[in-house]
Design a protein around this ligand. Structure first.
Ligand code: HEC
Ligand code: HEC
Ligand code: HEC
Ligand code: HEC
Ligand code: HEC
Ligand code: HEC
Ligand code: HEC
Ligand code: HEC
Length: 478
């Protein structure tokens, strides 16, 4: 039985509204034609498509720019993808259509209750929820907002579909550092732009509304770095629907480096502070404190000691090592396991061949990320290169630390208005010792910084390095 709904007749023709929401300058166009047509009984407020032929969502009649962007995304073809797979079954369908999955609605609706073709594909309402009331009379009281949160119980947001054995995105993400919001101290809003999802969006100029916007203003309610922080829910302009590219070697433009660059070089205003998420500047070759005696190469206007890992040899840069999907075979059960790379671990620990979160010895880690792109001949080669670099950097760091212990305490006075050699050398020691990733991110730079720091401490304080540590570069030349 089909019930004909009163068509959403709207008074104005082509009345346009321009707002500066999200990444697009939104154009909202009012329509005076019937947008919804017949909606089958049991819809629970989901309206779906106006036209299946042109894949025009009911929402897209008015939200013209969003419709244009969404059409370019994989979500817009999800039904065809399922059918073309050759093994579509009934239980596959809810994740490839509009229904209660992905939005705040719990009760079944849309495709789940009607099986109607108007709900094919992952449409606006998959995330925004049922929009009938809004479509009939758009107003402040009925705006269908999408969640930015990702419920760890998988009852809301992207994770309601992007989960499970075939695509465990949310399952892995929840175990990563991005999956939990750091409870930074109250009254430190300057921490928020990297440590909370909602404030990262504000910092990036995305001022859109989402369901939790009011709630997250309260202390202790911050959102983690959720899916829609890194991914643009609407636009496929960047690969993987990312908000910013990952292949641009620029800390202001690269998605990962936009957060991973707080203090890669010393901040003269806070002289006692060590490195803080220094990964971007280290990878790109200009991180650390540069003692006057350090010889350097030049990239444009910037002095750099670049490493292969931050070069065109590794075009996806951070993501090239930290975000790689692959399949593994469980050694015990023989099952094919898919890993999405959303643990964000470059060399994740494995149990029975399957990536797991946490820490472990190198022998228990997979180094596939180093071999899959054809960079290193085998996992064992990569593993042993890493160990050689770690030994070398470790011995230089220990040496420098021993020397710093002999420097008079007055040299570490951060209130004397002077950035001393000792303070700079300590910054470099911390860069090497407290951030094990630095050794992999840029072994050439870190070795050069430590050698130059040791030499500068000798020059300025007359403290000689102990015997047995070579001050010639061993890890490669610039
Ligand atoms: C008939 C035209 C029309 C249709 C169809 C329509 N909208 Fe809207 N929408 C509007 C107008 C007009 C506004 C601004 C309302 C206001 O600010 O009071 C709006 C506002 C919104 C907003 C808030 C934007 C902001 O800047 O805060 C969202 C989100 C939204 N619509 C989503 C949807 C979704 C999802 C659908 C489909 C279910 C949809 N709209 C269908 C006209 C429409
Ligand atoms: C209703 C289920 C559902 C929801 C909700 C959903 N997705 Fe998807 N998503 C899919 C399906 C199915 C595909 C595969 C479509 C295809 O390949 O045709 C997909 C594809 C994608 C892709 C592209 C993958 C590729 O291979 O190009 C990205 C990125 C993505 N989703 C991110 C998100 C994000 C971020 C959210 C939340 C803001 C989200 N999705 C919400 C079901 C969903
Ligand atoms: C729990 C939700 C869910 C179910 C159930 C589901 N899918 Fe998907 N499907 C997705 C998501 C999410 C993606 C996008 C994954 C990605 O980009 O890695 C996807 C992508 C796909 C793709 C694109 C290729 C790929 O693997 O990325 C095909 C084909 C597909 N699904 C077929 C199926 C079939 C066949 C079934 C049933 C046997 C099924 N799906 C059931 C959520 C689901
Ligand atoms: C420019 C972005 C940015 C800002 C601003 C920022 N951080 Fe961070 N912070 C990061 C990133 C990225 C990491 C994780 C990378 C790392 O540990 O190297 C991190 C790591 C941390 C850690 C270690 C977390 C852990 O689990 O090990 C703490 C603690 C921390 N930050 C506190 C703060 C505080 C407090 C503030 C405000 C005074 C702040 N951060 C401001 C980007 C930032
Ligand atoms: C994969 C999930 C997803 C899909 C599909 C999706 N949206 Fe959104 N939408 C969101 C999220 C999350 C936000 C808030 C964050 C942002 O704007 O990037 C949002 C924001 C918006 C806003 C802006 C609200 C504001 O305050 O400016 C509008 C309007 C909107 N969506 C309309 C649409 C329309 C129309 C479609 C379909 C053509 C659509 N969306 C498809 C998840 C989605
Ligand atoms: C810290 C940033 C970040 C977060 C958070 C994040 N992703 Fe991703 N995601 C990436 C990157 C980087 C890629 C690789 C894209 C590329 O290189 O083309 C990716 C890839 C994907 C893909 C495959 C896209 C494709 O083209 O094959 C899907 C689907 C996806 N993510 C979904 C999710 C979901 C769902 C969540 C939340 C549970 C999430 N992501 C959280 C950064 C992120
Ligand atoms: C919005 C800011 C933001 C963006 C964008 C971002 N990160 Fe992070 N990342 C963080 C913060 C904050 C932490 C530390 C979380 C904590 O420990 O509290 C972190 C932690 C990490 C960690 C340590 C992981 C762990 O599980 O402990 C890695 C590795 C990482 N990020 C890599 C990346 C990569 C690769 C990208 C780009 C695809 C990226 N990040 C994008 C903010 C960000
Ligand atoms: C050549 C591969 C590679 C590249 C490129 C790379 N990483 Fe890493 N990263 C690693 C490895 C391997 C570790 C693990 C070090 C350990 O725990 O022994 C690591 C560690 C980390 C950590 C943990 C903190 C630390 O220093 O130990 C963070 C955060 C991180 N990387 C973020 C990033 C970001 C952001 C980028 C891009 C600016 C990036 N990585 C580029 C391989 C890489």
């Amino acid at each position: 039985m089909r019930r004909v709904l009163n068509p959403a007749l709207l008074a104005l023709v082509a009345f346009m509204l321009v707002s500066t929401a999200a990444c697009v300058d939104e154009r909202i166009v009012y329509r005076d034609r019937d947008l919804t047509g017949d909606i089958p009984t049991g819809h629970e407020g989901f309206v779906g498509l106006t036209s299946q032929e042109s894949n025009l969502t009911v929402c897209g009649n008015c939200h013209v720019s969003f419709q244009g962007e969404w059409e370019q995304t994989a979500h817009a073809d999800a039904w065809a993808t399922l059918q073309n797979s050759g093994h579509a079954q009934a239980f596959c369908e809810n994740c490839h259509t509009v229904n209660q999955l992905g939005n705040l609605t719990e009760a079944a609706g849309g495709y789940a209750t009607t099986g109607d073709a108007r709900y094919h594909n992952v449409q606006c309402e998959s995330c925004h929820g049922p929009g009938l009331a809004h479509v009939q009379s758009p107003g402040d009281d009925n705006i269908p907002l999408a969640p930015l949160a990702v419920g760890l119980d998988m009852t809301t947001g992207c994770g309601e579909c992007h989960q499970g054995a075939h695509h465990p995105f949310v399952d892995e993400w929840a175990e990563s550092g991005h999956g939990t919001a750091l409870d930074y101290p109250a009254g430190r809003p300057e921490c928020a732009s990297c440590h909370s999802g909602e404030d990262a969006l504000v910092a990036w100029g995305v001022r859109a509304d989402f369901t939790e916007k009011e709630a997250v203003n309260q202390p202790g309610q911050h959102l983690a770095i959720t899916c829609a922080v890194c991914h643009d829910p609407h636009s496929a302009d960047n690969g993987g629907q990312l908000r910013f590219p990952v292949d641009v070697p620029n800390e202001e433009q690269n998605l990962c480096m936009k957060c991973h660059h707080k203090r890669g070089t010393p901040d003269m205003a806070s002289q006692n502070r060590g490195p803080h998420s220094p990964e971007g500047p280290v990878l790109l070759g200009y991180g650390g404190w540069w003692p006057p005696n350090l010889q350097f190469g030049q990239t444009g206007d910037t002095a750099t000691i670049a490493a292969t890992h931050g070069s065109v040899a590794n075009p996806r840069l951070c993501a090239g090592c930290h975000v790689n999907a692959y399949t593994a075979t469980d050694d015990v059960t023989g099952a094919q396991i898919i890993s999405t790379g959303h643990l964000f671990a470059a060399t994740p620990c494995t149990v029975n061949g399957v990536p797991v979160p946490g820490d472990c010895a190198p022998a228990e880690r997979t180094y596939r990320t180093c071999t899959d792109a054809g960079c290193h001949g085998s996992e064992n080669v990569a593993r042993s290169i890493e160990q050689v670099a770690e030994l070398r950097i470790g011995s230089l760091a220990t040496q420098l630390n021993t020397m710093l212990a002999q420097v008079p305490a007055t040299e570490f006075n951060h209130n004397d208005g002077r950035y001393s050699t000792a303070e700079g050398a300590r910054f470099n020691y911390q860069l090497a010792a407290l951030f094990p990733g630095s050794t992999i991110h840029n072994p050439f730079l870190v070795e050069a910084l430590l050698i130059a720091s040791i030499q500068q401490v000798t020059n300025d304080y007359g403290i000689a390095p102990g015997p047995g540590v070579s001050l010639n570069r061993q890890l490669g030349q610039n």
